[in-house]
Design a protein around this ligand. Sequence first.
Ligand SMILES: *Cc1c(COP(=O)(O)O)cnc(C)c1O
Length: 478
Amino acid sequence: MKLIFERGKEGQHCTLLPVCDVPVTDLKAPKRERPLHLPHVSENELSRHYTELAGQVHGVNNGFYPLGSCTMKYNPKVNEKAASLRGFTDIHPLQPKHTVQGCLEVIKRSEDMLCEITGMDAMTMQPAAGAHGEFTGLLLIKAYHDSRHDTKRRKIIVPDSAHGTNPASAAMVGYDVVSIPSGVDGCVDLDKLKEAVGEDTAGLMLTNPNTVGLFDKNILAITSIIHEAGGLAYYDGANLNAVMGIVRPGDMGFDVVHLNLHKTFSTPHGGGGPGSGPVGCKAFLQEFLPGKQVEEKEGALAFALPKHTVGNVKAFYGNFLVVVRALTYLLTLGKEGIPEAAENAVLNANYMMHKLKDIYPMAYDETCMHEFVMTLEKMKHETDVSAMDIAKALLDYGIHPPTMYFPLIVHEALMIEPTETESRETLDEVIGVFREIYDKARENPGAMHEAPVGTYVRRLDEVRAARKPVLRFAGFEK
Ligand SMILES: *Cc1c(COP(=O)(O)O)cnc(C)c1O
């Protein structure tokens, strides 16, 4: 495909400005020395350019997107409609509050519903993403220990199966990260946890269901080990899709939780934002929350600063339109729909797992939650076909690859999360594709290293793309 700079030619444009009806003044001083490098294209060319670009992207609107730990569910279009209402888009964060009561109500109602779903007492909408929520939640934990002058608590315990953002966020807040190994069942090893806790434990970060798709059956024991040691328990709720409306982090013994509205609560993601990672906490941490909290005062909604706030983690009230989408989704599904979505997410994952496990060995052969992890170690050993090869082969069938080589504790891992929004027919089709690829890998393993063959680009040099990204059109350098 041509770049937009390679299309069209000088003189072509797609602006049609009215004739100037005021005197023309020459702005000598602030003029640029060189003309701006802008593409010269007609509106027709421009339209073709973006249509062609759109055709190269794979999103939920194109086909199956089983990227594990990312919850690429279908996002109902009604959310977009609500988020584009003028009363939500044409506002300013410094507008007098009596003119934006409806917007404050959106924040308040969303917070209340998400508190109910998580079993928390208060919530902030400020964080812009999951990792940002982790950072914010850990600031609350730190503020709590500091307020008690308990400064020896320097360590955050993180299981080795954790999402990479967990240890990173703990380090950002200045904590030392203690990694504890998982047991053979993929869950937290209680003995190892007991050995790790002590007077220096600030807290634990955990996701449950964990990153191998299992619900830790010892969850209550885990959170009480942390509490007995004087630490707090942080719940990474990015994966709430499997349990929303069924079990609550607050009832599992957690003190702080973040959610990913751009996963579980249906905002499109994958393209780099905007997202939202609200943080909920138990009442004893509420005074430390960031930003301003929406409160009801004399029959109207107003903002109030928490007494010992950790400060702002983002400007104003977070990515407000993402919250509008989440509230629309929550109201559409309602009390019955939320747990039903979770149940279907779990059913779909288990259905796929059971239809594949005779040929694709599962890392943990148990009933899974919203996702499952297969290991291609045996196939790699016998045929040299890797998890990467299988993932790349899926592209030729119009299927987005699953998450690869994560979690790190599983070798040759493919992590599949079908989500609840896929039909049985789609799942059956995809299962068929996986089985066909398996047969091909056994019959002609060498050919698998060539996949994909039908995409715009073949295999990319991923390391070079990450380390030396080419972000500028080279033509400028001439
Ligand atoms: C996606 C995810 C995160 C990070 O969320 P971002 O919005 O990408 O920062 C954290 N933890 C888990 C378990 C996740 O799946």
